[in-house]
Design a protein around this ligand. Structure first.
Ligand code: GLA
Length: 391
């Protein structure tokens, strides 16, 4: 059911620019809400430039009925901006990233991207499946990280607008070819982002394959609920997890599940991220702070509350619910003040945090971990919801 109508952008200038940049009249179409104005959901699509090999990149501007906005581009399925209200109703952009495509093409630690075919690390870039050993691209010392040299965060996805009774979004599709980055099988992946009228960013993932392959997709948004005014150490975090997966010095899980009780990894009660991040604890030394997978307490196979984050100066709250068994909490330890992002804000150490819902890292080499193997005829299907409010 379509709630809006395709319409042509009226400006000759816009047409000329779009034709030059995108090379297709089709892309000049703009999706507009039936009734524009206050309270109307809306999707606008504009050009966001092109990749060095000439592929056009589109930017979806989403607005829900309560005025929250998100911008998502087809390169990397990246959430470029996300504006949420504070306790006074003041909107601010609460994700890190760049003003333009050039920034993302130059250097990004996966700002806002969909990571795939496998989120996080696969040890030594190797795994054995059905008796065959596969060698993946290694891009993190000897290990494979976030899909390799050119993961799903660095490709242009196909797109179409999504209208739902309760929100607006974009459906992004990407065919990852057999052998890409070393993975077996043609993997057809789709990711639907929906900005709902409950102020949620809902992410629905699906994939099918023609050969058995590991799949572990995640969203790598860097959140800063202050609106990137300061680092994230004052954010108060609750993680719904009694256990985590400890790692070795290369951040590869040992295969054990360890109780958080009595360690700086215990976030079962809401605690400022900065309270213990530099504690004398070997796991924190390995990660340079928090950069670990927590094992979510799951009472059912349905959506589970994974995390709640409260930012005291603005009152913003983010809740994360997921079907996934784990979440990688990464505290932005590798941000070091060398990247200047949107509005020229310099992203200092720990200026954003990620809550990457996922299966555990290195699962293809850890028989004791929940399986990440997708087989022909099967369907990978998972959902994660980030919900925003203020108090
Ligand atoms: C993940 C990893 C980190 C780091 C970031 C990106 O969260 O676990 O170690 O690679 O992505 O910089």
């Amino acid at each position: 059911m379509l709630k809006g109508k395709w319409r042509w952008m009226g400006l000759a200038v816009a047409m000329a620019v779009t034709v030059t940049v995108l090379g297709s009249c089709d892309t000049m179409k703009q999706w507009a809400g039936a009734e524009k104005g206050e309270g109307a959901m809306d999707i606008d699509v504009t050009s966001f430039g092109q990749t060095p090999d000439g592929q056009g990149v589109r930017l979806y501007h989403l607005r829900n009925a309560s005025g929250m906005t998100a911008e998502i581009m087809t390169y990397g399925a990246i959430v470029v901006s996300l504006e949420a209200p504070d306790r006074d109703g003041q909107m601010d952009d609460i994700v890190l990233g760049y003003d333009d495509l050039a920034g993302y093409l130059k250097e990004t630690p996966y700002f806002g991207a969909i990571v795939g075919r496998y989120g996080n690390r696969i040890g030594k870039g190797k795994f054995t499946l059905d008796g065959v050993t596969y060698t993946l691209a290694t891009n993190n010392d000897e290990n494979h990280l976030h899909g390799g040299l050119k993961g799903f965060d660095k490709v242009v996805w196909d797109d179409e607008p999504v209208w739902r009774p309760d929100g607006v979004g974009v459906k992004l599709s990407y065919l990852s070819k057999d052998g890409e980055e070393g993975y077996p099988g043609n993997l057809q992946a789709t990711v639907v982002y929906v900005l709902t009228n409950k102020n949620e960013l809902r992410i629905e993932y699906e994939a099918t394959t023609d050969k058995a392959t590991p799949v572990n997709l995640t969203h790598h948004g860097y959140f800063n609920l202050t609106g990137a005014k300061r680092d994230i150490l004052g954010h108060e975090l609750m993680l719904n997890a009694d256990k985590f997966t400890p790692v070795d010095a290369g951040l590869i899980p040992t295969g054990h599940l360890v109780d958080v009780e009595g360690t700086p990894m215990d976030f079962r009660k809401s605690t400022p991220i900065g309270a213990r991040i530099d504690a004398d604890y070997e796991q924190l030394t390995f990660g340079g702070g928090y950069d670990h997978n927590w094992v979510l307490n799951k009472r059912s196979r349905g959506m589970t509350l994974a995390a709640r984050v409260y930012e005291p100066t603005t009152g913003r709250v983010m809740e994360v619910r997921t079907l996934e068994p784990g979440v990688q909490f990464y505290a932005g330890n590798f941000l070091d003040g060398t990247l200047a992002g949107k509005n020229n804000v310099v992203y200092q150490h720990r200026y954003g945090f990620c809550l990457e819902t996922q299966h555990y890292p290195d699962s293809p080499n850890k028989p004791g971990f929940p399986s990440t193997i997708l087989r022909p005829g099967g369907k990978y299907q998972t959902t994660t919801v980030y919900r925003f409010s203020a108090k």
